[in-house]
Design a protein around this ligand. Structure first.
Ligand code: PLP
Length: 304
């Protein structure tokens, strides 16, 4: 038994029509707690639990924190999440609903994370949101599930924040013998740290995150994501916030599933029409996200 579930893999006529190729959706928006994060975080928490961890510490007010809270509750391990003042009331409510202790500290993630680090005692495990091999191994189960159905895509489309999902998916492709399946790695303008690394030839820090896709808001991608760009076919694409938000709206209409702009970024590539038309059949990672309401998405869309 894992903490994450085996999610549906379905063909989408609506996205296929928009993308001029067959689009299969891996619906990780349907994980308990709403995103793929539970795959890696759940695996990391189980490993730490087996080694005797008495508490899990996180500094994420986003989907990683939600996954730690869920995993801790399921494993019977207390969880403390330190979040910055910018974290929404909704996110705090979701964390507390899963029984996590929430500490609000500092004006940015950096400050919250600094306090979180000081709380990590010898019997505690700190769960990083993206930079940990345990996470990647857990995320890779997504590709194992796809391979076990007998379906092999011509390309995989996914979003990139800190690069944990990308690293896990490439690990999954490689462990299933799919070195030849390219990955299309999508970010929003203002959160494009993977694109910046490709341009600079090494991971570099963005000065600021200016995108509404906060779940993609890592200033620098992990070294592993950049290293995979040297050994695996990976194409980096950047879309606008408006394109990501419009994709959320269209996806809600087409599939009746609400996702964050972080996920809308990847969906936008299918809705753009041309980018995928050179493939016959692509796998779209619907990574999900629980932290944006439909009202919030509509309000962002209304901004000029
Ligand atoms: C965390 C997250 C991402 C980005 O994943 P990384 O591992 O940080 O690259 C994308 N979408 C959603 C909804 C997320 O929660």
């Amino acid at each position: 038994m894992t903490l994450h579930i085996n999610t549906p893999l379905i063909e989408s006529p609506a996205l296929s029509a928009a993308a001029h190729c067959t689009v299969h959706l891996k619906l990780d928006a349907l994980q308990p707690c709403g995103s793929f994060k539970l795959r890696g975080v759940g695996h990391a928490c189980e490993v730490h639990r087996a080694k005797g961890a008495q508490r899990f510490v996180s500094s994420s007010g986003g989907n990683a924190g939600l996954a730690v809270a869920y995993a801790g509750r399921k494993l019977g391990v207390p969880v403390v999440v330190v979040v910055p003042q910018t974290t929404t009331a909704r996110a705090k409510e979701l964390l507390e609903m899963d029984g996590a202790q929430v500490i609000v500290h500092g004006g940015s993630w950096q400050e919250a994370n600094e306090l979180a680090q000081t709380l990590v005692g010898p019997d505690d495990a700190f769960i990083h949101p993206f930079n940990d091999p345990l996470l990647w191994t857990g995320h890779a189960t997504m590709i194992d599930e796809v391979a076990s159905t007998g379906y092999k895509p011509d390309a995989v489309v996914l979003s990139v924040g800190g690069g944990g999902l990308l690293s896990g998916v490439v690990e999954g492709l490689q462990r299933n013998g799919w070195q030849d399946v390219p990955v299309i790695a999508v970010e929003t303008q203002g959160a494009a740290s993977f694109h910046a690394a490709i341009v600079a030839g090494k991971p570099v820090a963005l000065e600021a995150i200016t995108s509404v896709a906060t779940s993609l808001g890592a200033k620098q991608v992990c070294d592993q994501a950049f290293a995979y760009a040297q050994t695996h076919p990976i194409e980096s694409l950047v879309v606008s916030d408006q394109q990501a938000l419009q994709a959320c709206e269209r996806f809600l209409h087409d599939q009746r599933i609400l996702v964050e702009p972080a996920c809308g970024a990847a969906l936008a590539v299918a809705y753009q029409g041309e980018a995928l038309s050179r493939y016959k059949d692509v796998l779209m990672v619907v990574c999900g996200g629980a932290t944006a309401s439909h009202e919030q998405i509509k309000a962002w869309l209304a901004q000029p």
